[in-house]
Design a protein around this ligand. Structure first.
Ligand SMILES: NC(=O)c1ccc[n+]([C@@H]2O[C@H](COP(=O)([O-])OP(=O)(O)OC[C@H]3O[C@@H](n4cnc5c(N)ncnc54)[C@H](O)[C@@H]3O)[C@@H](O)[C@H]2O)c1
Length: 425
């Protein structure tokens, strides 16, 4: 029987609780949260009530948690983007293995410092690039390894963020301002940089990028609109209206029966009254044209990898659905797929198309196409056998962070090509 893995969670917000601690409910024999840190009392109450964390092991800051002797096998660091490394370094010194949310940090220096400390301390540092753990991308990687398309030459990938998700996270929410979080190409699309690096099978050599914040600005506010959706005279015609997004969205709105993210960001236990109160006074009821956001709402990146594989990537706020697509083009055929549909189309040149329908993702494994829970399954297996060979180690993750940072640099410098070997070092 495998040893049960224990975790201390630093930052018991949406990701800490819903994506990672929740694994305890699916596989209680494999994993348990034994300590948490979060300044919000309601999050500590949640940890005690829903996860059975003893009150004396609920701390109000990461510092307080780290002042204790090591309390678990793993520390999960799920604080905000700029607060990962300052907890990760002392946690490694204390002897914890780490699961660190992405982006590791918007500072390349901090990313490299974490990589070096992980080597010095001989601990595993797994970065939450959850997409690598999905059936969909694992199948694509396997098909490439089996030579399904001959020699890979080109990749085209898109990240369709969805208009409502973009408005929630990158216009009204925590990732709207670069100085408080990170550029969107790092905050959101470091996942995509990581997947492209993995599928290309070799390091990225150079990138160029274009894009801007074009739409979510005051000059695009419709005549007659107001600072808040609930006061707005023209909200009937506005898809970004908070009531439409949080109450009436047929998939994720409260009236459809949904109770999870993004509603839990507005209020931990969503009720109709609490959601209206949040729309009346909180950040998520603000007009999308009158927020203090500055991150790009669409961006493209061109890449060249060692060995000659090229890739194009496009991130856009302006899509109906929230999904990723990828097309892998090789000397003997192509593979095309959509993560949300969990289906891959294989076309070997001159032969009939083969459709590969992957197993449906179980409800409890739903986050990121099953990637959130599969990452936890992988982490528990690795730690319980004393391993450190993470699929999304800090070493490989620093590469994708560097790609995203170089892309942002290019975007801000007229799309000039940036050589990764010389960038930021
Ligand atoms: N891997 C993914 O696919 C993915 C998806 C979404 C978000 N993220 C990343 O996960 C991280 C967390 O995002 P989230 O949506 O859970 O945000 P969140 O705001 O819900 O959670 C952060 C938590 O940290 C707590 N916190 C603040 N200061 C603290 C301190 N000093 N000590 C301990 N806790 C503290 C906050 O109270 C909050 O509960 C971010 O870096 C984000 O970019 C990753």
């Amino acid at each position: 029987m495998r040893k049960k893995v224990t975790a201390a969670v630093c930052g018991f917000g949406i990701r800490g609780a819903e994506a990672y601690a929740a694994y305890q409910h699916i596989r209680p024999e494999e994993f348990a949260v034994v300590a948490v840190a979060d300044p919000r009392p309601e999050r500590l109450e949640l940890a005690e009530r829903e996860f059975g964390v003893p009150r004396q092991q609920c701390y109000t800051t990461g510092e307080e948690l780290l002042a204790q002797p090591r309390l678990a096998d793993v520390m999960i660091i799920a604080t905000q983007d700029r607060d990962h490394v300052r907890y990760a370094l002392p946690a490694l010194e204390k002897g914890y293995h780490l699961l660190v949310e992405k982006p590791i940090s918007p500072s390349l220096g901090e990313c490299i410092a974490l990589r070096e400390k992980a080597h010095q301390c001989g601990r595993a540092v797994v970065v939450c690039h959850v997409l690598r753990y999905t059936q969909f991308y694992q199948k694509l990687r396997q098909l490439l390894d089996q030579g399904a398309v001959g020699r890979l030459e080109t990749i085209a990938a898109t990240e369709n963020v969805a208009y409502w998700h973009f408005a929630h996270s990158y216009v009204r929410g925590n990732w709207r301002r670069q100085e408080d979080s990170s550029p969107v190409i790092l905050a959101k699309s470091c996942h995509d940089m990581d997947i492209l690096r993995w599928l290309a099978g070799s390091p990225c050599l150079r990138v160029s990028s274009y894009g801007s914040l074009d739409w979510f600005k005051p000059e695009n506010a419709p005549a007659g609109s107001a600072d808040r959706c609930l006061d707005c005279a023209v909200r009937d015609g506005c898809p970004y209206d908070g009531e439409k997004i949080y109450l009436d969205n047929p998939k994720s709105g409260f009236r459809s029966g949904a109770r999870q993210w993004p509603l839990t960001v507005l209020c931990p236990q969503p009720t109709e009254g609490a959601l209206y109160a949040a729309l009346r006074t909180g950040p998520y009821g603000r007009c999308v044209y009158r927020c203090d956001n500055d991150v790009a709402d669409h961006q493209v990146v061109n890449m060249e990898f060692a060995g000659g594989v090229t890739a194009t990537f496009s991130m856009s706020a302006f899509t109906q659905g929230c999904y990723r697509t990828v097309r892998l083009m090789g000397s003997m055929g192509e593979l095309e797929g959509n993560l949300e549909e969990n289906t891959i189309y294989m076309r070997r040149f001159g032969q009939p198309e083969k459709v590969i329908v992957l197993d449906p993702v179980q409800d409890e494994f739903a986050g990121h196409g099953g990637g959130d829970s599969k990452l936890m399954e992988y982490l528990c297996a690795m730690v319980s056998r004393g391993g450190r060979d993470a699929l999304t180690s800090v070493d490989v993750s620093v590469e994708s962070h560097l790609m995203a940072m170089a892309a942002e640099h290019s975007r801000l410098h007229g799309g000039a090509s940036v050589e990764l070997a010389a960038f930021g070092i």
